[in-house]
Design a protein around this ligand. Structure first.
Ligand code: IPE
Ligand code: IPE
Ligand code: MG
Length: 259
């Protein structure tokens, strides 16, 4: 079977993951926090001779499906890397398109997210976003603030080094003001100055598209996370792939340096 048809075939098969396999998964050790570096939208489009924007648009639909699935199997927090502080280097046209995506995504899916009890959080420098993007993400956070189901943590205009520098600056301010003593600076306290304050470290990290690197993503928080890489491009990523990642995670032995 040709690779492309194989993927379509698998896609169809995965669309109907039966309730039994979901239930089976539910009884096992579900990673509470899953983080995903959603990569490969551009290559997906290129392989179809489509503009890169088509890949981003297709990728957005996958976010919706995977969010729903994660919520159903009992994941508590899903962090999705959607735009990095380095992605501003891309051509203006692509950046403009990417800045429109949260607006489009939330316009279309916010009612559904509210219905599914999902709480939306934006992890990143919101102040650096264009007004329309900022308004959309702020509305989503406000409208879902009281939901207590899955936390959908969208990393947008996020970079781990920038996050840590910002945290260090705030911490130094608090030391200067006498709110914090240098001796009180523990790992836990430092964590509370990061954008993930109140969110546990990811249990599982997934990166799609075959790239084996972190690209400035959650460098502090991933210290003891289990990593799973796949060649599947993000627009092709299915519930079945997600389930496979969880099963691999479940077979891992997390020792945290102990025995
Ligand atoms: C991931 O897909 C989405 C963003 C980084 C915004 P890419 O746009 O990086 O796709 P590739 O890596 O070029 O295929
Ligand atoms: C990482 O992907 C950022 C996001 C997925 C948003 P990139 O495509 O920007 O990363 P590099 O350039 O391959 O490292
Ligand atoms: Mg990429």
């Amino acid at each position: 079977m040709k690779a492309i048809w194989k993927r379509w075939f698998n896609k169809d098969a995965s669309a109907n993951i039966d309730d039994n396999s979901k239930a089976e998964l539910k009884n096992l050790d579900i990673p509470e926090h899953v983080a995903i570096i959603m990569d490969g939208n551009g290559r997906w489009a290129k392989s179809r001779m489509l503009p890169r924007a088509a890949g981003h648009s297709e990728g957005m639909k996958v976010i919706r499906r995977i969010t729903k699935f994660a919520n159903e199997v009992g994941v508590k927090a899903l962090t999705l890397y959607a735009f990095s502080t380095e992605n501003w280097k891309r051509p203006e046209k692509e950046v403009n398109y990417l800045m429109k995506l949260p607006v489009e995504f939330l316009d279309t899916f916010l009612p559904e997210l509210i219905e599914e009890n999902v709480r939306v959080n934006i992890m990143g420098e919101i102040d650096g976003l264009p007004n329309h993007t900022r308004a959309a993400v702020e509305k989503a956070m406000k409208d879902t603030a009281h939901n207590d189901g899955l936390l959908l943590n969208l990393a947008f205009n996020y970079g781990s080094r920038a996050e840590m520098l910002l945290g260090v600056k705030q911490l130094m301010e608090d030391v200067k003001k006498g709110k914090v003593a240098t001796d009180d600076i523990t790992e836990e306290l430092f964590s509370s100055y990061l954008m993930t304050d109140g969110i546990r470290d990811p249990d599982l990290l997934i990166r799609t598209s075959g790239e084996i690197r972190l690209s400035n993503f959650m460098l502090w928080q991933l210290a003891y996370t289990e990593f799973w890489f796949t060649d599947v491009l993000w627009p092709d990523f299915t519930e079945k792939d997600f389930m496979e990642a969880i099963k691999v995670y479940q077979a891992r032995s997390r020792r945290y340096g102990g025995l």
